[in-house]
Design a protein around this ligand. Structure first.
Ligand code: NAD
Length: 337
């Protein structure tokens, strides 16, 4: 059986990556759209053969509760709108998948978890890297001790922010984005540190900087570096920027080897190198459509009544840690978490 999915927000990521991924899904089918642009919604509905009566706008969204074809709602809106649309979706009796970052405050994350709990519906955060073959292989290499004892992780995510593009305009607005490069892409570095160690950091220090007089960064941060200490002794050094030439990488240093995944969090491309005493090996894997994999994972969890691998609590933890990173950067003092 395929579950019916509705996508809320037909922006760049939804239209270019998520909607096309349904063709590779076994347990999930796109059946409905929620959009503020009726023309765009009609065009996409026609392109994907969706019933025109399954198009909603942000006002009549709640009436999706009367549509039995929709089992799951996927929220792909600007960050600060995730909370409202998750809560309304859960109250409409649907399971919710929500894009990262889960929300722009800890309180909003808690409200989202509580709304889904009260409605008896599942909540998953779209952490696609945790469903992607190369990232999973890196976790496996570390767990199997292929690089000895893990000591340090470095991870960097950057790209130039271009507010003349609609998808970057709201990213300059603190109210909509919640923050700058950290909330948007630094979160991938933070996630990588957490899934590569399998631990939660206990101490955080950070620094932030903006290019003076660059109007893109009146409200949100441009560059941020943060360091994490994990209970098992692993350290991590991470950065994110809205000005770097595109980078999305991590490296894990062990006592007997190291691994580099660069790019690590690209939509399509991954390059994995393992260095040990045995030499340097480029590991080639059959890549997967990780958008389809995460969507199907959630459908399977619903069908089998299991907790998803990246539930709301996982999104909440990242938002808590990002708030601690901002606090450490603002105060110049390490924060214990
Ligand atoms: P986008 O601007 O292209 O899409 C956002 C959509 O929300 C647009 O269709 C826009 O019209 C709509 N919208 C509704 N209310 C709005 C408002 N008040 N202001 C602005 N837009 C409004 O952005 P995007 O890059 O597609 O990002 C959407 C979400 O997806 C974000 O939370 C982002 O973090 C996430 N995302 C995740 C990944 C990933 O790899 N997992 C990649 C890109 C984006």
């Amino acid at each position: 059986k395929k579950l019916g999915w509705a996508i809320v927000g037909l922006g760049k990521f939804a239209t270019e990556q998520l909607i096309p991924a349904f063709k590779d899904c076994k347990y999930s089918e796109l059946v409905a759209l929620v959009s503020g642009s009726p023309d765009k919604a009609k065009r996409i509905a026609a392109e994907y053969n969706l019933d025109a009566s399954n198009i909603y706008d942000y006002q009549n969204y709640d009436s999706i509760k009367d549509n039995p074809a929709v089992d799951v709602i996927y929220i792909v809106l600007p960050n600060s709108l995730h909370a409202e649309f998750t809560v309304r979706g859960a109250q409409a009796g649907k399971h919710i998948m929500c894009e990262k970052p889960m929300a722009t405050s800890v309180e909003d994350c808690q409200k989202m978890i509580e709304a889904c709990r009260q409605a008896g519906k599942k909540l998953m955060i779209g952490y696609r890297a945790q469903y992607e073959t190369y990232n999973l292989k890196c976790i496996e290499l570390i767990r199997e001790g292929k690089i000895g004892d893990l000591k340090l992780i470095t991870s960097d995510h950057g790209r130039p922010l271009k507010p003349d593009q609609p998808e970057d305009k709201w990213r300059t607005n603190k109210k909509l984005a919640g923050g700058g490069s950290l909330m948007d892409i630094g979160i991938y570095s933070l996630q990588a540190c957490r899934y590569l160690t399998g631990e939660e950091p206990v101490e955080i220090s950070a620094m932030m900087s903006n290019t003076p007089n660059d109007p893109r960064f009146n409200e949100v941060e441009e560059n941020i570096t943060f360091s994490l200490r994990f209970p098992g002794g692993v350290l991590a050094n991470c950065s994110s920027s809205y000005s770097f030439f595109e980078i999305k990488r991590f490296q894990a240093f062990g006592s007997e080897g190291n691994i580099t995944l660069d790019p690590a969090t690209d939509y399509n491309e991954h390059q994995l190198t393992l260095k040990t005493d045995a030499g340097t090996e480029e590991i080639k894997l059959e890549g997967n459509n990780h958008f389809a994999a995460e969507i199907d994972h959630f459908s399977e969890c619903i069908l089998e009544n299991k907790t998803p691998k990246t539930p709301g609590e996982e999104g909440l933890q990242d938002v808590k840690l990002m708030m601690a990173i901002y606090e450490a950067a603002a105060t110049g003092k390490p924060v214990k978490v």
